[in-house]
Design a protein. Structure first.
Length: 200
């Protein structure tokens, strides 16, 4: 064969061969370095707010059958804890409890948490809060679970304000931080008017 033909073949084949070797090298690099593990996504328990009993908001008495909080779990076998607080203070027997211990009905990924409360002081209004979470954070230095701070994926909250005829709150100005019980003022009485500061 003429030498010019050999040169033309080399000019064509050598770049193709080089490109093939480079491609194989890249493919080998792709296959030898596995992709990083994807983080495991933890879904927090979610309260089904439309089905809470009694409906969240203002209530005038403790429900005779107790409170019912429906909770949806993406993974029915996943972790779930709940706490109940009255006026920001945890009810000891209902602090970071396993959801399964309070569930009295269930099916699929939904469970019903049920709990009752003893009658709090009727002369003041109260805030009742139920919190669900995958897990509650550990209090630093105390090695005990927090009753109010979810960890990880977070949590969900439902709140009721317990109001009775023997308690009343009023707006104390900009801070709105005053309250007095009805024994200090009848519900039929005129509103309290501050003194003008001028002697009669």
């Amino acid at each position: 064969m003429p030498r010019s033909f050999d040169l033309r073949v080399h000019r064509i084949l050598l770049p193709l061969l080089g490109a093939g070797v480079s491609t194989l090298g890249l493919l080998a690099a792709c296959f030898t370095a596995p992709p990083p593990d994807l983080p495991t996504q933890v879904h927090r328990p979610e309260i089904i707010h439309d089905a809470v009993v009694p409906p969240e908001g203002v209530i005038t008495e403790l429900p005779p059958g107790g409170f019912v909080v429906p909770v949806h779990l993406d993974d029915p076998t996943g972790p779930c804890q709940f706490s109940v607080l009255v006026d920001g203070t945890a009810v000891p027997r209902l602090c970071a409890q396993s959801c399964s211990q309070a569930a009295f009905d269930g099916g699929g990924g939904d469970i019903l948490l049920g709990f009752g409360l003893s009658q709090p002081d009727p002369t003041i209004c109260h805030t009742i809060t139920a919190i669900v979470a995958s897990q509650f954070a550990v209090v630093e230095g105390a090695n005990v679970n927090s009753c109010s701070t979810p960890s990880g994926a977070g949590g969900d909250v439902v709140t009721w304000q317990l109001w009775s005829p023997s308690c009343l709150t009023y707006d104390a100005g900009v801070l709105a931080d005053g309250a007095f019980p009805f024994p200090d003022g009848s519900p039929d009485a005129l509103p309290i008017v501050p003194e003008s500061g001028i002697d009669p």
